[in-house]
Design a protein around this ligand. Structure first.
Ligand code: SAH
Ligand code: SF4
Length: 389
């Protein structure tokens, strides 16, 4: 139950899904339909202050002004790529900044949204992981990325129609390690009075936080992408350290449980192609075996191969195009729907895994990765051509 904020602290209405806003309105003695009106003003019309809300009584507007705000994020920078991709850097205070990326395509327009300032998982090939972890974003800070981008773009394009059709939680951070803020944010995206996005067009991407995958299936089943990156535990332990806690067998079982509730009948497996590390034919064969025969039934999935987007500290390189094509062909020939992700916005470092923002590492994840760098590549399975920087 939401109570009115203590004096001096105004509630940020971007923090609430419709239920939360209704509870907040109830605490002010206002009926539920007022919450719906407010919610629509904020998310559908992009209202920034209460005086814009002309169908609310002046007395209510004054009441709201006293105890609530609509507080977006400060834009620290905006970069536009030659291909139309736009990357915003948002200042979230305390020396931290996070990024969101708009990717227009012929048949859709996707916003890639961040969930944390930094990330504690510390994947070897990810720029955010190398930055370490500072803090979780609030629901309001997650929603504000979409709220800002959608209304800014409408203004820029001179339209009142919806611009963003898809959201992917593939920016900075591990969304399922910020679960309590994530779920209300997803609800705002899905709500017909909010952004009205279908569950199939909102994707949570996870490195495999198994218990939270189960909770998401119950609380808010949206499309799921799972960052696989390796066909066996030995290699995955090193690339995605969370694998030591939730190894592949448990992860794939969780995928199958998720599919019972998912809006799509497949999981998207993301696989970042790292030169000489996980891109050999034997890795493809092991991967086919895993996704087709795990627990005797496999997992209904699509494979999305992501050419590695390099960044200076990683010491890794992108697999050559021919090797990605050969890997994709082996998977396709085995009957697995496989796509190779187009790299967008790389002239502005907006591609997957390049989002670094500016994070104050409070957990020393960055240092840990730097120390492990040598060890990791030495442990790559036989046949992998380990590269050392
Ligand atoms: N933490 C979540 C979501 C954010 S990362 C996750 O890991 O799934 C979004 C996607 O970008 C993930 O699939 C991730 O593995 C991939 N990625 C990270 N760094 C990358 C890089 N340097 N090049 C290509 N893809 C990368
Ligand atoms: Fe975190 Fe995802 Fe990057 Fe891994 S790939 S460090 S989980 S943001």
């Amino acid at each position: 139950m939401t109570s009115p904020p203590e004096s001096g602290r105004r509630a940020n209405l971007l923090d609430y899904d419709l239920e939360g806003l209704a509870a907040f309105c109830a605490s002010l003695g206002e009926k539920r339909f007022r919450a719906t009106q407010l919610f629509r003003w904020i998310h559908q019309r992009g209202a920034r202050d209460f005086d814009q809300m002309t169908d609310l009584a002046k007395s209510l507007r004054d009441k709201l002004k006293a105890c609530a705000t609509i507080e977006g994020l400060a834009v620290a920078s905006r970069q536009e790529s030659a291909d139309g991709t736009i990357k915003w850097l948002f200042d979230v205070g305390g020396g931290n900044a996070v990024e969101a990326v708009y990717i227009p395509e012929a048949d859709r327009a996707t916003l890639c949204v961040s969930s944390q300032a930094g990330c504690a998982v510390g994947c070897r090939f990810c720029s955010t992981g190398h930055q370490g972890f500072s803090r979780n974003l609030t629901t309001g800070e997650i929603v504000a990325q979409l709220w800002y981008a959608e209304h800014h773009l409408r203004e820029q394009l001179g339209t009142r129609e919806r611009v963003i059709s898809n959201v992917v939680m593939m920016g900075m951070g591990e969304p399922l390690q910020n679960y309590s803020a994530l779920v209300p944010a997803l609800r705002v995206m899905l709500d017909d009075h909010g952004y009205g996005l279908s569950r199939r067009r909102v994707t949570v991407s996870t490195s495999g936080v198994v218990p939270m995958m189960d909770r998401l299936a119950q609380d808010c089943p949206v499309a799921l992408a799972v960052s696989l990156h390796a066909p066996g535990d030995a290699l995955r332990d090193n690339l995605v350290p969370l694998n030591r806690k939730y190894p592949l067998a448990e992860l794939l079982d969780a995928c199958n449980r998720y599919l019972e509730h998912a809006p799509r009948d497949f999981i998207t497996f993301e696989y970042c192609m790292l030169d000489g590390v996980n891109d050999q034919p034997e890795h493809a064969r092991e991967l086919i075996e895993l996704v087709r025969h795990h627990a005797g039934r496999g997992v209904n999935c699509k494979l999305n191969l992501i050419p590695f987007n390099p960044f200076p500290q990683s010491g890794l390189t992108r697999s050559p195009h021919s090797r990605v094509a050969a890997f994709a062909a082996l998977l396709s020939d085995a009957g697995i729907v496989t796509t190779v992700r187009k790299t967008r916005g790389d002239d502005i470092a907006a591609a997957c895994g390049q989002l670094a923002g500016d994070v104050k590492d409070r957990t020393r994840v960055g240092e840990r990765i730097a120390r492990q760098r040598t060890v990791i590549l030495k442990r790559a399975p036989a046949g992998a051509v380990a590269k050392e920087s």
